[in-house]
Design a protein around this ligand. Structure first.
Ligand code: SAM
Length: 315
């Protein structure tokens, strides 16, 4: 398969550079993120079964939906690529009794997860490690996970073929892999690949330090290339539009306790601008949010028994 053509500034990015970039955003104090995220600190699209639901409900529903799509069972060992502050790790452990491991590039996040697990007395069930997705196949035993999830991290990852191939090695045969992340319409991605950078890319790069969004077909191509069969795709863009609106409202409401206190005024304004531009980008269809469910594919071996409906993917 032809290698994805990317701008040279991205080719130069190394694992170390990714760590520095990710840390500049995600190592801001967890206390700051708790001022605008929901109670479980999920920093990703929530799921609104009703447009009027509050963030806490929508956040819980997203975790529930994700767990149901992955068909979690108590004996499952789950790996979360880009685990944030552990929202899904704790959910899968609490509600299903799974043993969960998250990887992240942000020290504050790993510390937050491990401290919280210790406080809850479940350190043997939930843990987080500082590992880059490119290195995870060397770090963990092959076929040691039943399920793998990644939520809101592919946007930061340049090489999806390597990342998904690593995930494939770590999954047991027939294991499920849920990829939740943003993509951009092919037209704007093609413009970027042709060297015609857009303002949104600059904003993203400034805010996150690293960001280079693919189109949906590139994500699916990388999954197939890496030995997965795609089982399902759900477009959840409108849910993200509603989520970011709630985040922006919370940031506005809590301005006096955030700006110049937990983070600088300048950083606060940057976050406000970023959230607002995110909403515009959703509204103008420049950004798409997806949940893609895939299964480790073993060509020539017996297909696992199928499910007759999508009912378990509804909440
Ligand atoms: C937007 S946050 C999402 C966090 C979490 N999944 C959630 O839903 O709340 C992105 C996460 O991806 C992690 N991440 C980004 N690039 C990574 C990489 N190359 N290797 C491992 N983790 C990465 C970040 O450290 C962060 O935890």
């Amino acid at each position: 398969m032809a290698k994805t053509k990317v701008a040279p500034r991205y080719q130069e990015k190394t694992i170390e550079a990714d760590k520095i970039a990710i840390s500049s955003h995600y190592d801001l104090p967890p206390e700051f993120f708790s001022t605008f995220l929901g109670p479980r600190m999920a920093y990703s699209c929530a799921y609104f079964t009703d447009e009027g639901n509050d963030l806490a409900q929508a956040e819980a529903d997203k975790l529930k939906l994700t767990a149901q799509k992955l068909r979690l069972k108590s004996e499952d060992r789950l790996l979360d690529l880009g685990c944030g502050w552990g929202s899904f790790l704790f959910y899968a452990a609490e509600k299903y009794g799974c043993r969960t491991l998250g990887i992240t590039l942000a020290q504050e996040q790993a510390k937050f997860v491990n401290d919280k697990a210790a406080e809850l007395g479940i350190s043997n069930q939930v843990e987080a490690e500082l590992v880059h997705v490119y290195e995870m196949a060397e770090r963990f035993q092959p076929k040691s996970f039943d399920k793998i999830v990644t939520v809101g991290a592919i946007e930061h990852i340049e090489d999806l073929n390597l990342t998904f191939s690593n995930a494939n090695k770590l999954l047991k045969d027939d294991g499920l892999f849920l990829v939740h992340g943003m993509t951009r319409p092919w037209k704007s991605r093609a413009e970027e690949l042709a060297g015609d950078r857009r303002e949104t890319d600059d904003l993203l790069e400034k805010h996150f330090g690293v960001g280079h969004w693919k189109s949906l077909w590139e994500v699916i191509q990388a999954l197939e290339y890496s030995g997965f069969e795609v089982l399902d795709h759900e477009n959840i863009t409108y849910h993200y539009q509603l989520t970011v609106r709630r985040w922006l409202e919370n940031l506005e409401k809590n301005e006096s306790s955030i700006a110049g206190k937990i983070i600088s005024d300048e950083k606060y304004r940057e976050f406000m601008a970023f959230m607002a531009s995110y909403i515009v980008s959703f509204e103008l269809s420049g950004t798409i949010c997806n949940q893609i469910l895939a299964q480790k594919h073993n060509l020539g071996s017996l297909r696992p028994r199928g499910l007759m409906t999508r009912d378990h993917m509804m909440i």
